[in-house]
Design a protein around this ligand. Structure first.
Ligand SMILES: [Zn+2]
Length: 215
């Protein structure tokens, strides 16, 4: 990646995470905006890259970058049970016409999105505890810090894609389309339902038995 590239990566064989300068600007990061927006943007992207070290591929590497199984059999079994649910979740989404998302192809990215948003949310809550009480609940444009966090995650994935490109990407891109990178993880998170006071049985609140929790 070059310095102006708007992207980030985790490399399991180097155990290395890189954020080029290009991604450290709006909508991902803005030094002049409030913390909640930055945690929901670049914060969740940082959490995403960290979680790649523990997704279906990254988990196969040890800290030196060697492909070596360091998991106990019990943990491995539980990881596979949980990650099977995220594969099923994304397989069920129809992205366009009759084309479903490929849950196996996008598994690692979807695990990283879910873990990344969850990690960054926990970090925001911790950061808010250090603020004066009034700031912890301060609304901006009518939204609480927790609501701004989730809105920011949604804003970073806004995009406009031609249907031909979307059709191609659904076959080859390990990332889910932007809309599902938002609705997929957020509908698994009780933190999201709480922030917007969304009742159970709403489309954006998955039933407890289907809700995915990996990390
Ligand atoms: Zn990724």
């Amino acid at each position: 990646m070059s310095p102006p590239t708007v992207n980030a990566y985790y490399s399991p064989w180097r155990n290395e995470i890189v954020f080029p300068a290009g991604i450290l600007q709006p909508p991902f990061f803005d030094a002049n905006t409030d913390d909640a927006v930055n945690y929901g943007g670049i914060g969740a992207v940082i959490g995403h890259e960290m979680t790649h070290g523990f997704d279906d591929q990254g988990r196969k590497y040890d800290p030196q970058g060697n492909m070596k199984n360091w998991w106990t059999a019990a943990d491995e079994k539980r990881f596979q049970e949980r990650s099977k649910k995220i594969v099923e979740q994304f397989n069920s989404y129809v992205a366009m016409d009759d084309l479903h998302i490929n849950g196996e192809l996008t598994e690692g990215e979807n695990i990283a999105d879910l873990g990344g948003v969850k990690l960054a949310y926990a970090a925001l809550e911790k950061a808010l505890q250090r603020k004066p009480a009034a700031e912890r609940t301060q609304k901006i444009d009518g939204f609480t810090p927790e609501q701004r966090f989730f809105l920011s995650w949604a804003q970073v994935w806004r995009n406009n894609t031609r249907s031909e490109a979307k059709r191609l990407r659904l076959q080859v891109d390990p990332h889910s389309p932007g809309q599902f990178r938002v609705n997929g993880p957020l509908s698994n998170l009780p933190e999201f339902a709480r922030a917007f006071q969304i009742p159970d049985k709403s489309p954006m609140v998955r039933p407890a038995k289907d809700r995915v929790q990996i990390w």
